[in-house]
Write a protein that binds this ligand. Structure first.
Ligand code: ADP
Length: 300
């Protein structure tokens, strides 16, 4: 029996429709459209595509959006000044800085500069701290997207085993936080027994952990890391890795999971592209709406 393919595009589209209804009501009530500003530095082609995609979905939902483009050579000081202006600008609801930034820019300081209540990526230490304590907060979109995908696909989680492969502060860690915490409606997680593996986990150990997992989430950017022999039959395999590999003279997007073979044993699997990527964008929109509409409650 083959795995059910979790269609991130379809679920994200459902979410877009739900969010559009909320924005329409908000605007009909005489409020200004939610306004999202993205900062894009340099010429990273993948970053450009990601920002374009985010802005396109924003427009679809009725969120106003704009992208500020800067040369690769922009200084830390000028970038900080730009964020400061956006922080003070009352017409701006959400601010996001597309990562990665050039080598000479300190990403941590840039993320810290965004006022926490406009930090739609949820990377500010105040927001991560609140997430760690299960307080209401802005949660990084990729992690929210993974959770929403699991919830909407009705995967059993309470008391089950999860393995997160990758421990980056923006992706792996917040995913692990959401998987392991207690389910409390809007604030909660998935109540799973959660293990975090990373580059120092010996591969033989990684296999031991993933074999016990009911949910495997991989976020390493290593194509083919997760193979069929590592997966418990029926498990849910979620691929958050995105690598651009050259095929002939074209680029192709691939995930961490050996999709063709893993789908033969897994119960559920996400494709790349069309799995977690669109979910991330949908959750960024959700965050933009929640910073705009005070007291906005994401559905239970
Ligand atoms: P992202 O921002 O998408 O999470 P990063 O490059 O910041 O990507 O992080 C990659 C993560 O993958 C790191 O936490 C690293 O420890 C983990 N990783 C790298 N190689 C392996 C491996 N062979 N096995 C398990 N985890 C790995």
């Amino acid at each position: 029996e083959k795995a059910t393919i979790l269609n991130g595009n379809k679920i994200a589209n459902d979410i877009h429709k739900e969010l559009k209804v909320i924005v329409d009501v908000w605007v009909k009530d005489g409020n200004r459209k939610p306004n999202l500003v993205a900062i894009l530095v340099g010429n990273n082609p993948a970053s450009k595509v990601y920002v374009q995609r985010k802005m396109k979905v924003a427009t679809l939902i009725g969120i106003e959006s704009s992208t500020l483009l800067f040369e690769e050579s922009i200084t830390q000081k000028d970038l900080m000044k730009t964020i400061d202006q956006l922080n003070k600008n009352e017409t701006v609801n959400g601010i996001l800085v597309q990562l990665p930034l050039p080598e000479h820019i300190n990403e941590y300081e840039i993320c810290q500069k965004i006022v926490p209540h406009k930090d739609v990526d949820g990377f500010h230490s105040d927001n991560i701290g609140r997430l760690s304590l299960n307080n209401d907060t802005l949660i990084p979109a990729t992690a929210l997207g993974v959770m929403e995908l699991i919830l909407r696909s009705k995967i059993d989680t309470i008391g089950k085993n999860a393995v997160v492969v990758g421990r980056s502060k923006h992706v792996g860690l917040p995913i692990a936080l959401l998987l392991h915490t207690r389910c409390q409606g809007n604030l909660g997680g998935l109540d799973m027994t959660t293990t975090i593996c990373h580059r120092h986990t010996p591969h033989t150990e990684l296999v031991q952990f993933t074999k016990l997992a009911d949910v495997v989430v991989s976020a390493t950017g290593i194509p083919g890391l997760i193979t069929k022999d590592m997966i418990k039959p029926g498990a849910c395999v979620i691929d958050v890795g995105i690598s651009r590999i050259k095929k002939g003279d074209k680029y192709k997007l691939v995930g961490d999971v050996d999709f063709e073979n893993v789908k033969e044993v897994a119960g559920y699997i996400t494709p790349v592209p069309g799995g977690t990527g669109p979910m991330t964008v949908a959750m960024l929109m959700k965050n933009t709406i929640s910073v705009t509409i005070k007291n906005y409650q994401w559905k239970e």
